[in-house]
Design a protein around this ligand. Structure first.
Ligand code: ADP
Ligand code: MG
Length: 255
């Protein structure tokens, strides 16, 4: 039997001030899959990611993550909105890494990483510290556990942000242009870190303009334009042989 997808988005619509920016997105992501979303600026990529972890509400359609409908529960056969507390619990299973690293400036690297596991997940301090050290080793930041964010390069800060997102033991990781704010020479170290997470079987949805990463790390590439999924398929299919003229014209900028 086929395993149910970890993420199942169906007919997701979202408008801001009566302007529809998501016009019926369907997407399935299997456990362990790495899906890269490409698309021009304004096509709705960030909004879609934000809907997945309920930073935005959706107007129509549904999103399921790990069998639970985001924002809703079935009670006595009726679909009911979740309480804020229950939404926070759902969100706490989804890690998100943004373009801006958003580390707490007054906390050390280690404090940044242990904050959510202790504060939100109620883990013991010792356990959180042990795990944080492992995660910081994984992202190559063991040598900076006691540094403050301002003492780190952008690439180092983003790697700490990745460790912080992993510290909640997410079932799904969302990356929204994680390298777009970095100086070009720092992009590689962050992509290498993400690549190794992908190789370890983490389920990831990655919005990026790094075509090389899409080619090498993605199981599937999704091209969005105008609030719709225009084309999706294997990296070879979408990147080397795009079927849709809009995908072709978008990709032609990167050659
Ligand atoms: P992308 O990430 O693909 O560049 P976004 O999802 O950020 O696209 O934005 C899609 C469209 O939605 C854009 O036109 C943007 O201006 C609009 N938008 C995004 N967030 C908001 C918001 N909070 N309020 C109003 N408009 C928004
Ligand atoms: Mg965006």
């Amino acid at each position: 039997m086929d395993q149910a997808p970890l993420v199942r988005a169906r007919n997701v619509h979202k408008a801001f001030h009566h302007v529809e920016v998501l016009k019926g997105i369907d997407l399935d992501v299997k456990a362990g899959e790495v899906v890269v979303i490409l698309g021009p600026s304004g096509s709705g990529k960030s909004t879609f990611l934000r809907c997945i972890n309920r930073l935005e509400t959706i107007d129509k359609g549904s999103i399921f993550v790990d069998g639970e409908q985001i924002g809703y529960q079935l009670r006595n056969g009726k679909l009911q909105p979740l309480s804020n507390r229950a939404i926070a619990t759902q969100r706490s299973k989804i890690g998100m890494v943004f373009q801006q690293f958003n580390l707490y400036p007054h906390m050390t690297v280690l404090q940044n990483v242990i904050e959510a596991p202790i504060g939100v997940h109620g883990r013991s301090r010792d356990e959180a510290i042990t795990e944080a050290r492992e995660l910081l080793a994984k992202v190559g930041m063991s040598h900076k556990v006691n540094a403050y964010p301002r003492q780190l390069s952008g690439g180092q800060q983003q790697r700490v942000a990745i460790a912080r997102a992993l510290a909640i033991r997410p079932t799904l990781m969302l990356f929204d242009e994680p390298t777009s704010a970095l100086d070009p020479e720092l992009v590689g170290e962050v992509l290498t870190t993400m690549r190794s997470l992908a190789d370890q079987g983490l389920t990831m949805i990655v919005v990026t303009h790094e075509i090389g990463f899409a080619r090498e790390a993605a199981d599937r590439v999704v091209f969005m334009d105008g609030g719709r999924v225009v084309e999706e398929g294997s990296p070879e299919a979408v990147l080397e042989n795009p079927r849709h003229p809009r995908t072709r014209s978008f990709l032609s900028r990167f050659i």
